[in-house]
Each structure stands twice: as C-alpha cells, then as structure tokens.
Write a protein of this length. Sequence first.
Length: 456
Amino acid sequence: MAQETSENSALLSGLDDLILPFRAAEKPASAFLLGTEAEKFGVHAETGAPLAYEGEHGVVRVLEALTAYGWTAEPETPGGPLIALRRGAASITLEPGAQLELSGAALPDVHQVQAEFELHFRELEQISAQMQLAWLGVGFQPLARQSDLAWVPKQRYAIMREYLPPLGSGALDMMRRTATVQVNLDYSSEDDAMRKLRVGLLLSPLLNALFANSPFLEGRPSGLKSQRGNVWLHMDPSRSGLVRRVLSKKHARYRDYAEWALDAGMFLIKRQGRALGNTGQTFRDFMTNGFQGERATHADWKLHLNTLFPEVRLKNTLELRACDSLPVALTPAVTALAAGVFYDERALAEAETLAETLGAESVDRARHDLVTHALGASIGGIPARALGERLLEIARGGLERRARLSAAGQSEAVYLEPLMALTREGKSPADRLLQGLASDVVLTPQELIARTRIDV
C-alpha cells in the first residue's frame, strides 16, 4: 500500500493550494491518453443470485483467481479485506454491492483500450465457468433487491451507507445497483480543462440518452430507458449533477470548481490508514476549523475530490461519468466518442457550439424526460435523436482526423458504428433489451440474463 508523501501530508494554507492538483495534471496535447473504467454485475448463471462478497459464490474468489494472471492483491489496509487488484497502471476494484470494475491503464488510442478489455474477459473465463457466473453489461442490476446484495467492506462505503440516504433517495441504489462506463481524459491548461468540463456537463444528459441501457427493475421493465440515470437525479445535490456553479460562468476557472467542491459535505479523512468519519462538515468548514484536532492536508483535499459525483468530475483527469454499463460491442463506443469530441480541436469547437445552443437551463429541464425516453425525448424542443446523430458525426470526424489506425488499417471511428446504427433508428441500447416485451411482463432470471449478459 502506498505511503503518504510529505507533500500530501502538508497542511493546506489557502484556496490557491486547492487548484494545485489540477495544475499538476496539465500536459501537452501530444501526451494525451485515454483511460476507461467499466463496471459489471456478476450473477449465478442459473439462479440469477448476485455475487456475495466472500465464500463459494463470492467476488473475493474471483479476485483471488485473477492473481494467476499477474494481478497483485491490494487491501485497503495491511492485513485488511481484499477489495482491489493492481497490475501495472491498471486496477480491478469493487463497488459497494460487489460490482466488478476494470479501471484500465491510460492508453494512446481506442484500439488498445479495446484490446485491454478483451484480455480482461479472457482472464475471467476460467473462474466464471467454475463458479457458473454470468456477467451483466447493463446500467442497473435487473434482478436484485437491495436486501439481496452484499456490502463490500471498504472504509468509505460504510460511511456513505449512513450519510448519503437522508440527502437523496437514490443513494443506496447508486452505490449497489448501478454500473457505468467512464472515460478519463487529459487536459493541457486551465482554459482547456474548464472548456472541456463545461462542454461535457452540458452534453452529459444527451450522452446518457445515447447509451441508455438500464430499463429493468427487479425482474420487469421499469418504464425508464435509464434506471441508472434516474437514480442520479435523486442524489445529494451538493456533490452530484451538472455543477451549476461552473455552468453559470461562460469562462469558469479551476477556482470555481474548487469553490463548488468546498461546499460539499465530507465523508472521511484518513490518518495512518485509519478512516475518521466526519460527515458533519463541508470541506470549507474543515479548512477553517479542523476536525478532532486534525487540520486539512493536501491528501484530504484529493480524497474529498474523489468523493464528489458530478456528471463530469475534475481531478487529475476529466472523468465523463454519464453512461450506463454496456455490452462488449458498445463499450468502446463510449471511449471513441470521447476521444473524437475532446481530442480534436475542430470537433471540440463543433461540440461546444452544439452544447451552447442547448444551454444549461434546457438541458437541466430535459433530464427526467431523457432518462425516461432516451432518444425519444427532446432538449429545448430539439429531438434528442437528431442531437445524438449530430454529436456522433462530430465524434466520427474527430476520430478520422486523429487517424489512429489499427493493425487492419481502421480508424477509431469503427467503434462508433454499432451505436450510430442504433441512433439512426432512434433507439438506445435499452430499446434492444426491451425488444418484443410487453410493458407489464415479469421476466425469469434466465430471460433477463440472456438479454443482458456479457459473453466471456
């Protein structure tokens, strides 16, 4: 386990210190990389029972099996329970309800990202067969009730379990019944970071509609195309959503994001590997008054930034967090769309024009309709389908200009093709999952697994 550096343990001396992690992450565009994180649910292939944490049908058994491929166990504290693996710059981690997440290494192009995910599933094959596991690529657990799920023993999860529910009815579902595909992007300067943050925030509800893939709740259609997206509409508003402080300014700065983060409630601080819950404070109050004799450090601030859940999160990368977990064929489309839009100057300018045409108020008002109807909704009177088609064309142009070719000579735009075909029909992935189903049908576990499973 990494030890705290003296730099991280140094006390924060003022607001200027809060923007240091952002400035330290800046890099030239020539060094930009792509990081992709994808979560999935494990269930018993016959019964649909979700993975436990420990035991014969526990996710710890999966993690232990993966160490045969060079993954190293990474407990949260020395001798503590197993909650993660690491291999080089990649990690495998557990979400609170035992969702398994591959956090891929930062890589130069989508071809390499896809190869990394294909390797991951090959490494899961043997243990999945032994345990009769099916992995589900869907944004919301389609079968389980809250009472059916395990709790992963990570320190902050125990604190979140108590702190978040009074602040938003979606809290426990967010923690244990949702799964996402997230892309992490680099930035070159404050202007570049905040421009990308603004564009990403304004387009996030549209991204959720394009990739909506969670139409089931406890064995039946929920009436929503993105049950996961709906959960995020019922979360602690001080730490999630569209970061209105940033969107209220056309030219926001790092300081604006930091000011927003200061007013979000804290979960914990860590001292000598031990978590100290301090859920009664905002970080702003902690900086001013301390907590139980402890003063705010650089490490505390970095930890706090990691406990915020906006649709786009600013840390040492920009994290696009709006998309549901997906089947294998569509997962690389999330990374490809992000690379095409945000890593090509012309595409970013075109996406910015699209985003600004919509505006923050129209986007915010449309969020409920978008999680309900996906591409059947509209934003500011403009059909989401048309907006989605335009965004995908922008991304494809950016990828063609990037000209990162595979060994077969294909550009990264090849990964957008399955999504573009769906979008042209006005459909999201959820529509494919619902095909042929009546709205009031109750599905067996086997039927739901067949519709949502990832083949490994």
